[in-house]
Design a protein around this ligand. Sequence first.
Ligand SMILES: Nc1ncnc2c1ncn2[C@@H]1O[C@H](COP(=O)(O)OP(=O)(O)O)[C@@H](O)[C@H]1O
Ligand SMILES: [Mg+2]
Length: 217
Amino acid sequence: MIVALLNQKGGVGKTTLALHLAGEWAGKGKRVTLIDADPQGSALDWSQQRARERQPRLFGVVGLARDTLHREAPELARDVDHVVIDGPPRVAGLMRSALLAADLVLIPVQPSPLDGWASAEMLALLSEARIYRPELCARFILNRCGARTVIARETAETRADHDPPVLRTAIGQRVIYADAAQSGRLAFEIDDDGPAAREIAAFTSEIEQLRTGRIAP
Ligand SMILES: Nc1ncnc2c1ncn2[C@@H]1O[C@H](COP(=O)(O)OP(=O)(O)O)[C@@H](O)[C@H]1O
Ligand SMILES: [Mg+2]
């Protein structure tokens, strides 16, 4: 399947979640390619750092920050089990192309009652993509969640009100994600039984459930 992490805002966790999703799948023996569709190339930087640190290769990372993504991603997908697209900042042709390539769009957001979670422009592009691809599935994923109790309550109350809906699994604000990014590693390679490893496993299995069609688009 082709999963795209998209949000026009920077710093919401597109790269972090794309790398961890790809790594979780690779760790389970799946063949995975990560497409870095951000001209800034942070996933490519991570992969280069990983090579410098002599960490084993988990999955391939290719830079493809072009509007032809929707034509190239399915070709790359033929040779692997999953393609994960680390999306570009800003709403542009590149975002449109990623929306046309994906089977599942994940929109990472930092929960905030004041902020719209995704821009109207981005949601409009999502609706537009669904005209061509009605089966396109989209979900918000809460990232960098702080005080657990407050967020848990807010999420339970608001989850049902959002369109697209919100994944059950929320990702915590954890230093280990920043450490992992800097050292070319993944959180579960630093602590394989910690809370980050567990929430990434839950996040990945929730996505697999979406794929097997147990949850509606
Ligand atoms: N759940 C988290 N906990 C702590 N730091 C995080 C978390 N998610 C992302 N970060 C950090 O926030 C910064 C931006 O995240 P990143 O994944 O690069 O966002 P984006 O790709 O959307 O711009 C990075 O330094 C990353 O390490
Ligand atoms: Mg990024």
